[in-house]
Design a protein around this ligand. Structure first.
Ligand SMILES: [Zn+2]
Length: 86
């Protein structure tokens, strides 16, 4: 009777041991992943363009384009166009 109880407790401890081991391994893998890619979202390169009118640098997706030239705003695109059209 007592030996059966020991067997059950032993099996439970063994299961707990394995469970903890695998959890720790997963945690370590996740930490390793964070070490490999510390700041993944901000590491994406942002293409910068220069406003052809005022020279302001801004991310390409925030710029506007006219005749293939990047501008910081439509006002500057219009101003540039006025200046460069005869
Ligand atoms: Zn500008």
């Amino acid at each position: 009777m007592l030996s059966k109880l020991f067997l059950i407790v032993g099996a439970l401890l063994l299961a707990l041991f394995f469970l903890r081991g695998s959890l720790q391994k997963r945690k370590q893998e996740r930490e390793q992943d964070q070490i490999d890619h510390p700041d993944e979202p901000s590491r994406k390169p942002v293409r910068m363009v220069r406003c052809a009118h005022c020279g302001l640098h801004l991310p390409e997706r925030e710029s506007v384009r006219l005749n293939g030239q990047p501008f910081c705003s439509w006002e500057h695109a219009e101003a540039w166009k006025k200046k460069h059209t005869p």
